[in-house]
Design a protein around this ligand. Structure first.
Ligand code: HEM
Length: 347
């Protein structure tokens, strides 16, 4: 545990984050986000009083993608992991004060942030929403130009996405371990946590992309391809996301039963697994439409010029493969696609 002060700050942050999503109007919503950002800042200060943050820039990146998105991978103590996670949440919240996100995506992203604060600090959600004393919310500064704000948002949203990927991978791996040890109740809890994160994936993706498509095309896209970087960047290179995919594969090797088989022997587990898999399919679906809004029918920067597909077609294929794989595992599986994919495999 990280101490009573951190525990109390973490629970307070969790309560304030739980309140953000319920604020509907834009003015109240911005105030709620400012308050949440201020509270997350206080939690970061409490954590860094225990030991300062690791200087990420001093660590070698594992890939060009990590270097571009300012992500690093290193062994951390519990305190350091909590601090760095909270710093990502803090930056994300500050940016959300100005980012034009839908209310639904805001609720999902903030729910993922809340879950990560609770998981990383080891603080339970508490018995109920403790009364949260008001915090001093700093006045918004004069602000950077919209263009630099949009370019920063592209990185900040990606960092929140990476945080969710890693936390989801840990939650799924925990659930699988509990299932192997026969602790079904603990597995259900971690599957529910994982689902919060996976629902947050497309919300964080929408956050990163809450910028004009023209700005992406003119100012950001070319910085992710040679000669600006040595290799073209692709989402496939995100190592945190690969960790999540590996954890999902392991989970499904532990519980490979069809939805009906699982529902007859462990109905709650069938529902919890179904919720997670549905969230994963929807993430794939939203990626298609998001990429379409940004690049329309262009080839992605990472595709070989001679290849048949464009970015949208490639993402659609990813969605279809996932939906086919999960069709028998969920209640409302996409059996048309599963049959079509099976037919293609046999032809
Ligand atoms: C914040 C998270 C993400 C955002 C905002 C995002 C956004 C985008 C955008 C805008 C494109 C079109 C790229 C272009 O040509 O300009 C794209 C393509 C693509 N993304 Fe993502 N993406 C994210 C994460 C991921 C992750 C984790 C994966 C993991 C598989 C992924 C896989 C792909 C693939 C396969 C393509 C098309 C082909 C390629 O670039 O390799 N993305 N994404």
């Amino acid at each position: 545990m990280l101490g009573a002060r951190v525990g109390a700050e973490a629970r307070r942050t969790g309560c304030v984050l739980a309140g953000v999503a319920t604020h509907a109007g834009p003015v109240v919503r911005t105030l709620a986000l400012r308050q949440a950002a201020a509270v997350a800042g206080e939690l970061a200060a409490a954590l860094s009083a225990l030991a300062p943050a690791v200087a990420g820039e001093a660590l070698p990146p594992e890939s060009t993608s990590q270097s571009f998105f300012r992500v690093r991978e290193v062994e951390l103590s519990d305190q350091q992991a909590a601090l760095h996670g909270v710093l990502v949440v803090h930056r994300g919240l500050e940016d959300l004060c100005d980012a034009p996100l839908s209310g639904a995506d805001l609720a999902l992203e903030v729910a993922g942030m809340r879950q990560s604060v609770l998981d990383l600090t080891g603080a339970g959600p508490g018995a109920g929403p403790d009364p949260v004393p008001p915090v001093a919310v700093p006045e918004p500064g004069a602000g950077a130009s919209p263009e630099s704000e949009w370019s920063a948002r592209w990185l900040v949203g990606h960092q929140v996405h990476v945080l969710f990927n890693v936390c989801a991978a840990v939650a799924v791996a925990d659930a699988t371990r509990h299932l192997r040890h026969g602790d079904g109740d603990a597995a259900l809890l971690r599957l529910a946590d994982a689902t919060v994160y996976v629902r947050g994936f497309p919300a964080a993706m929408a956050h990163a992309s809450a910028i004009p498509a023209d700005h992406y095309m003119a100012e950001i896209r070319h910085t992710m391809a040679p000669p600006s970087v040595d290799v073209p960047l692709s989402g496939r290179q995100h190592r945190g996301y690969r960790l999540f995919r590996a954890a999902m594969k392991d989970l499904l090797s532990e519980v490979p039963d069809s939805y009906e088989q699982l529902a007859s022997r462990a109905p709650e587990l069938a529902e919890a697994r179904g919720a997670l898999l549905e969230a994963d399919i929807v993430d794939g679906e939203r990626h298609v439409t998001l990429a379409y809004s940004m690049v329309h029918l262009r080839r992605s920067i990472a595709q070989k010029p001679e290849g048949p597909d464009n970015a949208v077609a490639e993402l659609r294929l990813m969605r279809h493969r996932r939906a086919a794989q999960y069709a028998s595992l969920i209640r409302f599986g996409d059996h048309y696609i599963a049959d079509a994919v099976a037919g293609l495999r046999h032809s």
